[in-house]
Design a binder for this molecule. Structure first.
Ligand code: 13P
Length: 238
C-alpha cells in the first residue's frame, strides 16, 4: 500500500519543512503503508530537511526529465534529484498532459530515464470526462499504459481527469473496474487518484485492485493526509 501526496504548485520551502517535520513519524503508525510526499522542486530539500535522516517518509518530485543534463531550460534530471535524496518522481500527470504538452511519448521517456537512473516512478494515466462519456476509457488507458516500461520500481496511478480537484470521486466500482483493466495490461501496482479524502479513502483503498492513492488537495493539510494514511494502514492490516 502506497499513499502519496501530490502537492502540485503549493507549499514553498518554509511550509514544506514545517509539514515534513509534523509527519516525520507518521509511518510508525501506518504499518504496511509507504508514505510519500511530492513537493514542488524548490521545496524538495526543505521537505527532506524537515523529515530528517531517520524518517521513513519518502520524498518524490512531480516530474523528471529524460536526459542526464543539457540545454533543457526549466527541467530537472534524475541525477539532480537523487543527489538531493529524492527517491522518486511522478510522470505524466494529467495537468502536465493538459497544460504543458506532455504526450505518451514524453511520459515514456521520462519514466524510462527515471527508472534507469534509480528513481521510483509513479506514472499517471486516466481518461477525460468526454472520453468516458464516449466510451473510450479502455482505449485511452490501453494507449497510455501501453507505452510504460516494465520495472519493479514503476507504479501506475489511475487518475480519471474528471475526478481531479472536482470533488467528483470515481465510485469504488468504477475505480476497481479501471484498475482491474490496467492490471490486465501491466503488472505494476495501481494507485487511485481523484478527490481522495479521509471520508472516502477506506472504501476506495478497500477495493481489491486498488494498491494505494495519489492524493492532491487532501494531502495539503497534515491532519487529512494522516487520516488517509491511517485508512491505508487499516486496509493493509485487514
Ligand atoms: P485531487 O485529490 O485534488 O483531486 O487531485 C488528485 C491528483 O491530481 C493527484 O495527483
Amino acid at each position: 500500500m502506497l499513499i502519496a501526496g501530490n502537492w502540485k504548485m503549493f507549499k514553498g520551502a518554509h511550509e514544506a519543512r514545517a509539514f515534513a517535520t509534523r509527519i516525520r513519524h507518521l509511518p510508525e503508525r501506518t504499518q504496511g503503508v509507504d508514505v510519500v510526499v511530492c513537493p514542488p522542486f524548490v521545496s524538495l530539500q526543505a521537505a527532506l530537511q524537515g523529515l530528517g535522516e531517520e524518517s521513513l517518509v519518502r520524498v518524490y518530485a512531480q516530474n523528471v526529465h529524460w536526459e542526464l543534463d543539457g540545454a533543457f531550460t526549466g527541467e530537472v534530471s534524475a541525477p539532480m534529484l537523487l543527489e538531493l535524496g529524492v527517491k522518486g518522481a511522478i510522470v505524466g500527470h494529467s495537468e502536465r498532459r493538459q497544460h504543458f504538452g506532455e504526450t505518451d511519448e514524453t511520459v515514456r521517456q521520462r519514466a524510462e530515464a527515471g527508472l534507469e537512473a534509480g528513481l521510483s516512478v509513479i506514472a499517471c494515466v486516466g481518461e477525460t470526462g468526454t472520453e468516458r462519456e464516449s466510451d473510450e476509457t479502455q482505449d485511452v488507458l490501453a494507449r497510455q499504459v501501453g507505452v510504460l516500461p516494465r520495472h519493479e520500481r514503476l507504479v501506475i496511478a489511475y487518475e480519471p481527469v474528471w475526478a481531479i480537484g472536482t470533488g467528483r470521486t470515481a465510485t469504488p466500482e468504477m475505480a476497481q473496474e479501471a484498475h482491474a483493466f490496467i492490471k490486465s495490461l501491466h503488472d505494476a501496482p495501481v494507485l487511485y487518484g481523484g478527490s481522495v479524502k479521509p471520508e472516502n479513502a477506506l472504501v476506495l483503498l478497500g477495493q481489491p485492485d486498488v494498491d494505494g492513492a495519489l492524493v492532491g488537495g487532501a494531502s495539503l493539510d497534515p491532519a487529512s493526509f494522516e487520516a488517509i494514511c491511517l485508512a491505508g494502514a487499516e486496509v493493509a492490516a485487514a
